[in-house]
Design a protein around this ligand. Structure first.
Ligand SMILES: NC(=O)c1ccc[n+]([C@@H]2O[C@H](COP(=O)([O-])OP(=O)(O)OC[C@H]3O[C@@H](n4cnc5c(N)ncnc54)[C@H](OP(=O)(O)O)[C@@H]3O)[C@@H](O)[C@H]2O)c1
Length: 355
């Protein structure tokens, strides 16, 4: 049997709606985001704000950005900016998003939107009250392959989803000065790569109604590795594995009563997957030619379309979805917190002496 796969449902990167972007926090991801917008789309970064005028100027020179601001306050006040991309570390997302929202700007906030469900709710409320567009940069949701799988799910091609397995982990060299190992800097695998795995489980099964997490925690209290087993309304189960001490291949699987989707390369990035029906296998490959973080561009094109159409949230990942995702991450992290007395098996984390 040969499957006729649904069409991808993405906003065109050229010739569609456009916005003028301002960047807060010109670090690693802001660099990759700006590079792919300029190389592959009509979206334009028109201004950058840094805590340091020199870093803002260096970023602007690298990417041909005309607006250079030595403070985030000046960036959000720039009248040439329509939408602010918040690319600071996650503990700073709330403050910087609120700054942009208060200035009347739309916001795209890097993942995780904030470091807790309570803060994500605060951000969502502020955006809704201001009437501006706000979206978590869950860019994987906007990739061509993800839109095809979303259509397969919506059309019932997989039947009833029963089981989802997903892993996502990248190793970080033990380094006490690295923000990944610092609890005050939002360290830990769950708030980093784990965001993708917990989002994916919700994407495939809906929100969990019960969850158990076990894992390994550093002696400073950041989660180094964890496994979360959840059951969603209707009974679908998911297993989400995340790590910052080991690389995992990111080969997600959605198993249904009629068919199973199995990613054949890392699901976070522009990827290929296989659709299995018993022994029959059909393959779908990303036709875009974009790789890795070049895929950050689709979320920007989608956001420009949503704003042009008068939306204030992404229909594919709403603010309530961001609050729900943050709730899952809160629960997983809380389960790993060392409590008084001996750890209950399968609930608390094992503490290791890694930095
Ligand atoms: N979507 C993805 O694939 C992806 C990949 C990597 C990271 N991320 C997310 O993007 C965010 C930024 O990560 P990154 O790797 O780009 O970080 P980064 O390289 O450290 O850059 C963050 C920038 O934020 C600014 N900043 C503001 N307050 C800061 C503070 N208190 N400490 C440090 N920097 C501060 C700094 O710029 P100035 O001081 O010059 O203003 C810094 O360059 C994180 O939330 C992360 O989860 C997403």
């Amino acid at each position: 049997m040969t499957t006729v796969f649904p069409e991808v449902e993405v906003e065109p990167l050229r010739g569609g709606a456009t916005l003028r972007w301002g960047v807060i926090g010109p670090g690693e991801i802001a660099n990759d985001f700006t590079a792919t917008l300029h190389a592959h789309s009509d979206q334009r970064v028109v201004a950058v704000g840094s805590r340091s005028p020199e870093r803002a100027a260096a970023f602007a020179a690298r990417h041909g950005v005309p607006g250079v601001h030595g403070s985030y306050e000046a960036l959000v006040a720039d009248p040439t900016v329509d939408v602010v991309y918040v690319a600071s570390p996650h503990p700073q997302h709330l403050e910087h998003a609120l700054l942009a929202i208060a200035a009347g700007k739309h916001v795209l906030v890097e993942k995780p939107m904030t470091t807790s469900a309570a803060d994500t709710r605060t951000l969502a409320t502020a955006a809704r009250q201001a009437g501006v567009f706000a979206m978590e940069a869950l860019w994987t949701r906007y990739l061509p392959g993800t839109t095809v799988v979303a259509r397969l799910l919506a059309d019932g091609v997989l039947g009833d989803v029963h089981l989802v397995t997903v892993d996502v982990g990248w190793p970080h060299e033990p380094d006490p000065t690295d923000r990944m190992f610092d609890p005050a800097a939002g360290g830990g695998a769950l708030l980093d790569a784990g965001v993708y795995g917990h989002w994916f489980a919700r994407f495939a099964t809906g929100a969990p109604v019960t969850s158990r997490t076990t894992g390994v925690v550093s002696d400073r209290g950041v989660d180094l590795q964890s496994v979360t087993v959840s059951t969603a309304d209707g009974g679908a189960q998911s297993v989400v594995t995340t790590s910052m001490t080991a690389w995992t291949p990111g080969l997600a699987v959605i198993a249904g009563s009629r068919a199973t989707v199995r990613w054949t390369d890392h699901f976070v990035f522009p990827a290929s997957f296989a659709l299995h029906r018993g022994r029959d296998v059909d393959h779908w490959a990303d036709p875009s030619g974009l790789h890795g973080r070049e895929g950050l561009v689709w979320q920007a094109a989608a956001l420009a379309r949503y704003v042009a159409d008068g939306h204030t949230e992404s229909p594919l990942h709403t603010l309530d979805d961001s609050i729900g995702l943050a709730t899952s991450l809160d629960a997983a992290r809380a389960a790993l917190e060392p409590g008084p007395g001996p750890a209950a098996p399968g609930v608390s984390g094992h503490v290791t002496s890694t930095p």
